[in-house]
Design a protein. Structure first.
Length: 526
């Protein structure tokens, strides 16, 4: 799981730069926005925080160095319970000042564990790409680093690159702390939940890393990309932009000024030049999908305009809830293969439910919210999921597709307990199909972690038909091919009445796998 997640993140999200605060804000024109950021300062006496928390996501910079910084995202518990993934971008410059051809960006990633405040990271560099176009580029390791958080507002980034450059950068947080605590797990639903890495999977190796800071009414992203003809320029073909917007609570369409910064020197305090070169509108269409419409009016990219369809990678965090209301998930049949007796098996409590089953990797993220408490997260609820393998076979039953007898087995079944964000995560494979049903996953919710009683929710998850078609065309599923028995939701005996609240948001591809997310509205205590 560790290697797969890291590979998927690096392959699809390898993007770069960031920004800073007081001097950097001046360089970016942010000081004039009047966001009151001068009140934000590192708390030197604060305790080091638990690193495995989404609250550390955001923009970090050295106040002494204009126009350079880091922007990062923490994916808590993504690799396994207690082991998260820290991913980020570093926007900086070459060792000699110059124009846009001396802009440099790196990405970095590594595990970060509960109970620690530091992460050991690998530093990567991407080259050989073109702006918002093919080819796909791949991250190459160019060094190592460590990121140590001394508080929720201060950190140290120490690096050692393979070309001999080493150093240590004292970092401060750009904006106000939204969700970081010493213990972690303090996420509440807010627009901060959209903060993180976004990319176009069709043009892997470039993208944006976003922070939305409701406390400062600030939207900010770093855009890691390439020159229009950067494919043959090596490192000189790298380009990065920063962008800022005034954010209003609940706003899903943000207008950004795109800024280009030149004249900097790698990790050195120099005077830089930052100019506005364009505008962009970021439209957040769900917790996992967005559209970036851009237009460049000046500079190297003058006259370029277009639209990029973005996906969240590798998952939407528990703090994200699209819209201000939530609806009750429809009740559905548990079907013929629930194997309820397995709930007394302590081994069923597991995140990775694959066992020896092969298929296109699927990370399933369910967020439980209480429809009776303004969509507040539901914590400490047990969620039981089960589904068939790529050949349409369920564990625990005989006389199934192809005459398979799977009695005594429990593959592709598992239980997880919702965390403080109401979220559970399962590692599985994309389900196959069997005659008479469209692709789906079954699940049940047991409030207060009371397995064995009556489930509060019994329902099913639907999947986008275009994704299912792509999966069933892939080599692992090609022996069975497409499901010709049920070809639409309207023809399915469960989903024929609609999938509005059961259709998962799915991002990814058949090579690196998919992440599926769904908000599950539950009628909990008022």
């Amino acid at each position: 799981m560790n290697a797969r997640v890291t590979e998927a993140v690096q392959k699809e999200l390898s993007t770069g730069p960031t920004v800073g605060r007081r001097k950097l804000l001046g360089a970016l024109g942010l000081a004039s926005v009047g966001l009151g950021l001068s009140a934000v300062a590192p708390a030197s006496k604060a305790a080091a925080p638990n690193g495995n928390q989404q609250g550390l996501t955001g923009v970090w910079y050295d106040p002494a160095i204009e126009g350079q910084g880091l922007i990062l995202e923490v994916y808590p518990d993504l690799i396994s319970p207690g082991v998260g993934l820290l991913f980020g971008g570093w926007f900086t410059f070459d060792t000699t000042a110059g124009g846009t051809s001396t802009q440099r960006w790196y990405s970095f990633s590594g595990e970060i564990r509960t109970g620690t405040s530091a992460a050991a990271l690998t530093v990567y560099r991407n080259t050989g790409g073109n702006f918002a176009a093919a080819p796909v580029t791949f991250a190459q390791s160019v060094g190592t680093a460590s990121l140590t958080f001394s508080s929720c507002l201060a950190a140290t980034f120490a690096f050692s690159l393979t070309d001999g450059r080493t150093g240590s950068i004292a970092l401060a947080r750009l904006g106000a702390n939204i969700a970081c605590t010493e213990a972690g797990g303090n996420l509440t639903v807010s627009d901060f939940g959209y903060s993180g890495a976004w990319h176009d999977p069709n043009v892997a190796g470039q993208g944006i890393i976003l922070e939305i800071n409701p406390a400062n009414d600030l939207g900010f992203f770093a855009w890691y990309t390439y020159a229009p003809d950067g494919a043959n320029l090596g490192v000189s073909g790298q380009r990065w932009f920063t962008a800022r917007a005034v954010h209003a609570d609940g706003d899903k369409n943000l207008t950004f000024q795109i800024l280009s910064t030149t004249g900097g020197v790698f990790n050195t305090a120099t005077t830089v030049a930052t100019v506005t070169v364009g505008t962009a509108v970021l439209s957040l269409t769900s917790c996992t999908t967005a559209t970036l419409v851009y237009h460049f009016g000046s500079g190297e990219f003058a006259g370029k305009s277009g639209s990029i369809t973005l996906e969240r990678g590798p998952s939407a965090v528990g703090a994200c809830l699209f819209g201000s209301t939530c609806s009750l998930i429809p009740s559905e049949t548990e079907g013929p293969y629930p194997l309820s007796s397995v709930l007394s098996n302590t081994g069923i409590v597991r995140q990775d439910i694959r066992e020896s089953k092969t298929g296109v990797p699927l990370t399933l993220v369910l967020k439980l919210v209480n429809i009776n408490r303004s969509c507040a997260p539901i914590t400490n609820a047990a969620v039981y999921i089960w589904h068939c393998d790529k050949d349409g076979v369920y564990s625990g039953y005989a006389n199934q597709t192809g005459g398979v007898n799977a009695t005594g087995q429990i593959f592709l079944r598992g239980v997880q307990v919702s965390d403080s964000a109401g979220q559970v995560v399962f590692t599985s494979i994309y389900p196959g199909w069997y005659a008479g049903r469209i692709t789906h996953i079954h699940f049940q919710v047991y409030l207060n972690n009371t397995l064995g009683g009556n489930a509060t929710v019994t329902s099913q998850i639907a999947f986008p038909p275009d994704v299912t078609t792509a999966v069933y065309n892939s080599s692992l599923y090609s022996s069975r091919g497409q499901n010709t028995s049920v070809t639409s939701f309207a023809a399915d005996n469960v989903f024929r009445d609609g999938t509005t609240y059961q259709l998962a948001n799915v991002a990814g591809n058949t090579s690196t796998g998919y992440v599926a997310t769904l908000i599950v509205g539950v009628s909990g205590p008022a």
